[in-house]
Design a protein around this ligand. Structure first.
Ligand code: ADP
Ligand code: MG
Length: 499
């Protein structure tokens, strides 16, 4: 593949070395397990966690004479994913055999797609602190997963579990457009978000349904691409970041010592935070790819693509843009709110609860602020907590009506979190006497007392108006925290002659 560098060097991603700045170049090959009931070429179940070898047909075990039959659902899922990546969909693609020997690969080859994949070039957009960047997708192809060898359950025996053998994977290959570990992590996270919106892969990295091979090289900023190493099977976003940082530093040290980087396949060890060599890099010709004679070329027409395109859900980028224009939230909040489809729905039902249409920013502040903090502490997403959209709506409405202050809203939320999970916001405010006092007539006397009792403070505030905060604090305390802060500010300014 000819590589075109579409990125302008960004000093934020430079790494210091003894000989000056270096830039990391990263490209990823992500294996995403297709969400489907059955395998790519057989009717066996794909269920996770079944007893070993429970989901194995003669095709998966590669019994002689068995013929693969393409699972149309997997094709639909690959096309839908291609559409979600704004990619070229190829109406004709070819299945090839990729030949290698491994005990958990009974066929002796993996059915994959080499020259003619089902999906061609596309893009993924990432929102980074310096703005939105576009990461090119090179291709997406369908292939079979292999089985699993189990070595550590018996001192001198190995076992093979073929449950995964033949399960459909999408290999999604990026261009080498990523430039630092933050971008790489954002890419994995965004890709997972897109796959989950589409429902084409559950994106569960711990269970292995999404794994990344990470290609890393280093170069002088903007210079020619360096030799890359491929770090295999990274199964968490955090590990991806750590592996890249370690690997880039290792390569820089080699180059600065006058050495050369060997193109090789490496493994990341989360225990040590290091990568180590696994084998020297194999080339495509080592696999003796050839078209699988058991399978016809995969062909479909435009109508097939159009029908799938029509039923795609709203994608994260579109939802994000709509949240910004429709609800007036910041791009950052829109990004956070749309990371998960369920969180986006949760947010929208709070904004529109009871047929209403409340301030989207106020709702966003609660959802991405105190609710997210609470959810995090429980290891949950906001939508998974007991806090209902109706309760969020209730809190926002009370603030909008001036019944409680924003501080009061925080207190009210804590009550719903810790004491009254089912509580109705307006009812809690009444019962607990949490209404803020806007009519300050009631505490004017107290304010006068504070002023007379503190002549020093009064003299000071004249010279330094920011001292007003001290008076607001005192008066707020005297009101039992219920005074409307804005009204309090005004009345104090007037009485202290600050206007
Ligand atoms: P192969 O199939 O042999 O692994 P590809 O050319 O298909 O090789 O590239 C595999 C991955 O490596 C792609 O994600 C690509 O973006 C990335 N890549 C290619 N060259 C570099 C490089 N110099 N540095 C980092 N990543 C690279
Ligand atoms: Mg590769």
């Amino acid at each position: 593949m000819t590589i075109i560098d579409t990125r302008t060097p960004n000093p934020r991603s430079f790494i210091k070395g003894a000989t000056g700045d270096w830039e990391i170049v990263i490209g990823m090959e992500v294996h995403a397990q297709v969400t489907s009931e059955s395998k790519l070429f057989s009717g066996s179940s794909t269920e996770f966690g079944s007893p070993p070898n429970a989901n194995v047909s003669f095709v998966d075990a590669a019994m002689p004479g068995m013929l693969p039959v393409i699972n149309e659902e997997c094709v639909r899922q690959a096309v839908r994913t291609g559409l979600g990546l704004k990619a070229q969909i190829n109406k004709r693609s070819i299945f090839d055999r990729k030949n290698y020997f491994y005990p958990d690969l009974p066929q002796g080859y993996q059915i994959s797609q080499f020259k003619d994949p089902i999906v061609g070039e596309g893009s993924v957009f990432l929102d980074m602190p310096e703005g939105r960047i576009e990461i090119g997708i090179e291709r997406l192809h369908l292939e079979q997963d292999a089985g699993k060898s189990i070595h550590d359950q018996h001192p001198n025996m190995s076992f093979v579990d073929l449950n995964r053998s033949g399960v459909a994977l999408m290999e999604i290959v990026s261009k080498p457009d990523l430039r630092n570990s933050d971008e790489a992590k954002a890419y994995l996270s965004k890709l997972r978000t897109i796959l989950r919106y589409l429902g084409t892969c559950d994106g569960n990295m711990e269970q292995g349904s999404m794994r990344a091979d990470i290609n890393v090289s280093v170069r002088k900023p903007g210079g020619a691409f360096g030799t890359r190493c491929e770090i295999k099977n990274v199964n968490s976003i955090r590990f991806a970041g750590q592996a890249i940082e370690f690997e880039a530093r290792r390569q820089i040290d080699i180059l600065e010592d006058g050495g050369t980087v060997d193109q090789e396949t490496r493994l990341y060890d989360p225990k040590t935070g290091e990568t180590r060599s696994m084998r020297s890099k194999e080339e495509a010709h080592d696999y003796r790819y050839f078209p699988d004679p058991d399978l016809l070329p995969l062909e479909f027409d435009q109508a097939f693509i159009d029908a799938l395109a029509q039923h795609l859900p709203e994608l994260p980028d579109d939802k994000q843009a709509r949240f910004i224009t429709e609800y007036g939230v910041t791009p950052y909040d829109a990004m956070v709110l749309t990371l998960e489809r369920e969180t986006a729905d949760y947010y929208e039902s709070a904004v529109q609860f009871g047929g209403g249409r409340r301030d989207g920013k106020a709702v966003a502040n609660l959802v991405t602020g105190d609710i997210a903090a609470y959810a995090n502490s429980q290891g949950l997403s906001a939508f998974e907590t007991h806090i209902k959209p109706g309760q969020i709506a209730g809190i926002v409405d009370l603030v909008a009506a001036g019944t409680i202050s924003s501080k009061g809203a925080k207190d009210l939320l804590q009550i719903i979190i810790a004491e009254e999970p089912e509580g109705e916001p307006a009812e809690i405010v009444e019962r607990r006497g949490m209404r803020q006092v806007t009519d300050l007539g009631a505490i004017e006397k107290v304010i006068d007392e504070i002023i007379t009792a503190n002549p020093g403070q009064v003299a000071a505030v004249k010279a330094k108006p920011t001292m007003l905060g001290w008076f607001v604090g005192q008066a707020m305390k005297a009101s039992g925290g219920k005074a409307n802060p804005q009204a309090l500010n005004e009345i104090l300014k007037r009485k202290l002659g600050l206007e």
